[in-house]
Each structure stands twice: as C-alpha cells, then as structure tokens.
Design a protein around this ligand. Structure first.
Ligand SMILES: C[S@@+](CC[C@H](N)C(=O)[O-])C[C@H]1O[C@@H](n2cnc3c(N)ncnc32)[C@H](O)[C@@H]1O
Length: 326
C-alpha cells in the first residue's frame, strides 16, 4: 500500500466533517443568558427604557412563558427561537411598548389582548378595579346590578368586574372604535360578552346619552378618563406618544375636559345612592371635589353627585375619587 495511505486519509476528513456538522448544530443553539445579555445591552446602548425587562418579556414570550423566573440561564434557544427574539427585539428598538409587541398583557388575573393604539392598562388601574369590587361587594345582593364604564379601552376594568361578579351586567362606552373592538374581543375571550353592551361614541353625544338612558339605572360608574394636561403631554415617553391613542391620554388644558363629561353623565345616569369611581391625575381630586360642590350649571350639571373621599394609590399619590349620588 503506498504511503501515505489514501484510504486512511479519508477517515480524518469524514470525522472532521461529522465534527463540523455537530459543531454547526450546537452553534445554531444559543444560551438564553447570552441572548438576554445581548439584547439588554443593545437596548441600553440605544436608550430603550426598561432594557432588561423588555428583553426578558420578549424571550419569555418566545418560550411560551410570561417571565423567565425559574428558567435556567443555560437553557438553549433554537435558531428559530433566537430569530423570533431578534425580530421582536428589533421592533422594540422602534420604541413600540412590549405589550403591543407581545399582543397581550395581564390585568389582575386576566390575560387580555393588546393592540395599538388602545391604551395599555397601567398597574394603578388594577387598584381602581379593586376599589370598584369592594363597593360592589357591599351592595345589597337583592338589587340588580348594572355598571357603566366610560372609556373601557381594552376592557380591563369592566371585564375584571364581570368575571368577579357572575350576576353583574355592564355597559361600556368608548369614543374609539379600536377600543370598542378590543373590549368586545377581550369580553369574548374572557367569556363575559353576554353580559356586556359596548357602545361606540362620545359620552357627550346626545345619541349615546339616549342609548344609555335605556339601560338605566346604573349602580356603579367607573372611569379612567384621559386626564393628562396639555403641558404634561409634551413630557411623555415616546412609547406613549408615538403608539398610544392621544384621545386616551389628553384631557385638555387642565386635564379635566372628559372628566367633567363623566361627572355630568354619571350625575344623570346613576341611581340614587349609586357610586362613581374615577382615576385622575394627582392634582385633580380637589378640583373634582370643587366642581361637584359648586353651584355650577355647566351643561346643566346638577350637584346630585356628592364627593365622598379621595384614595391614594400604592405610591401614596391621591389618584382615586369616590362620589355618591344623592
Ligand atoms: C385612559 S384610557 C382608559 C382605558 C381603560 N379603561 C384603562 O384603564 O386601561 C381612556 C379611554 O377613554 C376613551 N375616551 C376618551 N374620551 C372619551 C369620550 N369623550 N367619550 C367616551 N370615551 C372616551 C378613550 O378612547 C380611552 O379608551
């Protein structure tokens, strides 16, 4: 046999090819901790807010989870998974909020669909829903309970109430068609659509008012209306101003334009002894109190609503107004 043995020479080549293939297969998997670090760093360098949690939620979503809590850092992501993370993280680089990228978000124990530009529910609003729950649980079990929400957005507050109180009915009015569609979709997903009427329109429109009169009497009104003042609008993050509906945010010069409408309509539509819960900006509660106490005749407003109390949020800021109809 001639030396070097050519048939032998083939062997290392075959082994090398196999090794290469195995190495290639291994390198197409990426360790979760490396992917997480990579995207966190990328977000940091591009000044994306919440870089670490943005990367975490996107990776977790790709793995079919909500967070990476309890997931081993050395978990391997397949090429397809790493590619999906990359595609979603690239969208995050445009400043789109993670909730819109994932297409869903949790509110209390509900997972709701999210779609731009409908407002993403904020954590404080879970407190507002909790305050409403507390009020509803103290109402007589004999009376028929119908709730009115003005500005449901994704439907978060109303749907959480409908889920908690199986006998409850609700009517939700929103000026945004996208919000109404999302509320309906989320109602369908949470199995509450048979107890919910969604009306698309401005709370101040007379046709909306007439429609609401056919549902009277409401035992509870709730609203997290747009209350950001014109001056504050300029200070909001890009995530908010570029992706969320300004009609969901901007409450005019003093932030109370829609709030006044909510007060007017609730004073007309709530039953005697009915409750209204509002989420407002931290400077607003005394102004809401003043508005309801004054002998004002703004658009025929009657002071049937009595200011009961202000409740602070978890950060200690006065954010929630409780009013009761006489
Ligand atoms: C701050 S968002 C609240 C959304 C949701 N309730 C939440 O807490 O996540 C305010 C909502 O009020 C709606 N809205 C604004 N002006 C309105 C009006 N004049 N009549 C009815 N809905 C209005 C907006 O479209 C938006 O969906």
């Amino acid at each position: 046999m001639p030396f070097p043995n050519t048939s032998c020479k083939l062997q290392p080549d075959i082994r090398n090819t196999q090794r290469e293939r195995e190495r290639g297969m291994r390198s197409s998997f990426k360790k979760l901790e490396h992917v997480w670090q990579f995207w966190t760093k990328k977000f940091q360098t591009q000044n994306i807010p919440d870089p670490n949690s943005s990367a975490e939620y996107i990776i977790a979503h790709t793995l079919g989870k909500k967070t990476l809590f309890g997931v081993r850092p050395d978990t391997l992501l397949s090429k397809a998974q790493a590619d999906q993370v990359k595609a979603l993280c690239k969208i995050r680089l445009t400043r789109m909020p993670v909730q819109y990228i994932l297409g869903e978000w949790d509110f209390q124990d509900l997972t709701l669909k999210m779609k731009a530009p409908v407002l993403i529910p904020r954590p404080e609003t879970e407190e507002l829903a909790e305050l409403c729950c507390h009020t509803l649980s103290h109402l007589s079990s004999r009376e028929e309970k119908v709730v009115l929400e003005i500005g449901p957005g994704s439907g978060a507050i109303t749907l959480s109430l409908l889920r908690r109180f199986p006998e409850l009915q609700a009517v939700a009015v929103d000026v945004s068609e996208e919000a109404c569609e999302l509320t309906r979709l989320n109602a369908h997903m949470t199995g509450t659509s048979d107890r919910l009427t969604v009306i698309n329109g401005d709370i101040m429109a007379s046709q909306v008012f007439e429609h609401l009169l056919t549902h009277k009497p409401f035992c509870l009104g709730v609203s997290n209306p747009p209350y950001v003042t014109t001056a504050e609008m300029a200070l909001l993050q890009e995530e908010i101003t570029c992706f969320e509906d300004h009609r969901a945010l901007h409450g005019g010069e003093d932030g109370l334009e829609v709030v006044r409408g909510v007060l007017l309509r609730c004073s007309q539509l709530l039953k005697s002894g009915g409750h209204l819960w509002l989420e407002v900006g931290e400077t607003h509660p005394p102004l809401v109190e003043k508005f309801t106490a004054a002998e004002n005749t703004w658009r025929g407003f009657s002071s049937r609503l009595k200011y009961h109390k202000t409740v602070a949020d978890l950060y200690g800021k006065p954010r929630f107004c409780h009013l009761i109809t006489s």
